[in-house]
Design a protein around this ligand. Sequence first.
Ligand code: HEC
Ligand code: HEC
Ligand code: HEC
Ligand code: HEC
Ligand code: HEC
Ligand code: HEC
Length: 467
Amino acid sequence: MASLKSPPTEPRLPTLTFALLALALMVLVVAGFLREERREWRSYQESFRDLEIARGTTVEERRQARERPIELAQIVVPELDTVDRCISCHLGVDDATYAGAGQPFAYHPDHDVHPFERFGCTVCHAGQGRATSAREAHGDVPFWDRPMLPLDFVEASCGGCHDPSDNPAAPRLARGAELFEEAGCRGCHRLDGWGGGLAPDLDRQINGRPRSPEWLMQHFLDPAQVVPDSAMPRYGFSPDDAKALTLLMLSRRRPEVSGYHASRRILESAETGRRLFRAKGCIGCHQISGAGGEVGPPLDHVVTRRTEGWLVAHFREPRAVTPGTVMPDFDFTEAEAHSLILFLRRIHERTITVLDEPSPERRGEILFKRYGCRGCHGVDATGGVPNRNSESGEQVPSLIYVKEGYTRAELKDRIRIGVPKVGKLEPDGPEPPLAMPGFGDRLTEGQLDDLVSYLHSLYPAEDELDW
Ligand code: HEC
Ligand code: HEC
Ligand code: HEC
Ligand code: HEC
Ligand code: HEC
Ligand code: HEC
């Protein structure tokens, strides 16, 4: 065996030469690569310069265009911790005369709303801000975990700074937020700190383990295709609605913003008005739906009593409109005054539709939606969400007939305590993935009563029962 051992005095020279050669080669490759990268943005700048020269109408303009430096450009936004070099190639973003030009020179829509020098680019588009090649900037690289959002999904980013349900300029995102409540997703998932604990926590999961837009789309269209045996229902969403929900999910990857960038998290809207109404304690002096103080008049229908102009002026300076009033001057901005009016208008519409006829059944129906019961029991409580190997026909049960099997008190207990362990169809089979959560910590006695009234109201009338 000894003959196979390497001789101790093996000359080391060839190895060394080889290592040096490899190193030299690597340096060359890297240098070539860097030159290639440099060439990419340089060539766009040269084309842009040629374009500018051709567009010049006077000798002076053409001279200036010719002297346009060829250099890396970047937007540094310390508050957002970003250095975005996108404008090294995207040279016409802030020049309206480049509207409709070919990429990467086109003018950017709506850029006056979010001045680029304060926002940069990646806060909305994601991607790799410092990179200088299109491939790397657009984030098409394995080690970068914020690849650029496909153009069709950029709207998701608005949710990082504005309330997703509340941005008229991002209608599809708002649709996603609405669907989340409509479809009862909250029955299984937690979002914004509240909701069920049966399924992944959407506040954390998505941040920790980013899913691509394509993955999310596919998952909404058919969860089981993406995650075998998924307990998440297949809703039969249209592609538009699946996209709306995908936008909502992507909007959770919000960058940390504060100061100026957080200053307009809120846009003029009814939701903003509602928050102001609560925060300023208006209810202390005014009644809505019969609850609240009596220092000032009730506000349910004030929008029919006063004109918009009167209300704005009154919010901005109550004493100028009603001399000597005790209504405080809250120093509202124009936008805040408009938001309050939108809120009061919503109250007016709601009070005539919902609260004017405050039937327990109707209130129960609203609770059924708000607490995500629909997510498991179906939009109209007829059940049908698959629940593998559960006793109740491998489905979450319908609630139409619960009036038969339970007294009111028993039914309230069911909802209060839940059914933590669901019976198995096949004793040796797997645990059914869905159980009935207990809602005792979230619902008051009165609300439980309303829910029971709603469930009882579902029971078909005598003549509809076909036995
Ligand atoms: C090296 C030049 C270069 C850099 C740097 C660059 N881009 Fe681009 N970008 C292009 C070119 C060329 C196109 C058009 C062809 C294409 O889509 O790849 C483009 C297209 C785009 C599009 C349109 C995509 C579509 O689907 O139509 C967006 C959005 C975009 N870039 C954003 C960015 C952002 C954000 C950055 C910075 C993080 C950036 N770009 C950096 C060259 C660049
Ligand atoms: C406030 C968010 C926001 C910021 C900041 C922002 N963009 Fe955009 N960008 C958008 C939206 C929204 C669209 C339109 C997407 C669509 O067409 O639906 C868009 C579209 C684009 C397009 C495609 C335009 C077209 O018509 O094809 C390019 C390229 C682009 N942005 C590059 C940039 C660059 C470069 C910057 C930085 C200088 C930047 N964006 C900053 C939100 C933003
Ligand atoms: C990084 C945080 C941030 C992101 C992301 C962002 N915005 Fe804004 N938005 C702001 C700030 C801050 C302002 C106020 C700008 C100012 O007035 O200087 C604003 C202003 C606006 C306004 C004007 C409001 C008014 O009353 O004048 C609209 C509309 C708007 N944003 C819509 C959007 C849309 C749509 C998106 C997504 C494409 C988006 N924003 C993304 C922070 C953001
Ligand atoms: C009946 C309970 C249930 C309901 C209702 C439900 N889900 Fe799910 N969801 C799950 C379960 C269980 C998973 C984990 C298995 C999987 O990924 O399919 C999941 C996974 C997800 C994921 C993937 C999380 C990740 O990154 O792995 C998203 C996103 C999601 N749900 C969003 C929603 C939305 C939006 C709705 C409402 C339209 C909804 N879910 C309704 C049970 C539910
Ligand atoms: C995460 C899914 C899930 C959510 C959310 C959910 N349930 Fe259930 N529910 C179930 C399951 C599973 C059962 C069947 C339990 C069993 O096998 O006994 C059930 C059973 C019930 C029952 C008893 C039905 C019967 O025939 O025995 C009532 C009543 C009920 N749920 C009401 C509600 C109400 C009201 C809400 C909302 C406040 C709600 N559920 C939310 C999954 C859910
Ligand atoms: C300290 C008590 C007090 C508080 C707090 C208060 N108001 Fe008033 N408000 C009044 C009084 C008194 C009047 C009637 C005299 C007047 O028109 O100023 C009034 C009038 C009004 C009117 C006109 C009603 C009508 O029918 O003419 C509106 C609208 C209104 N308040 C809205 C609000 C809103 C919104 C808030 C919270 C941001 C608020 N108020 C906070 C006392 C108060």
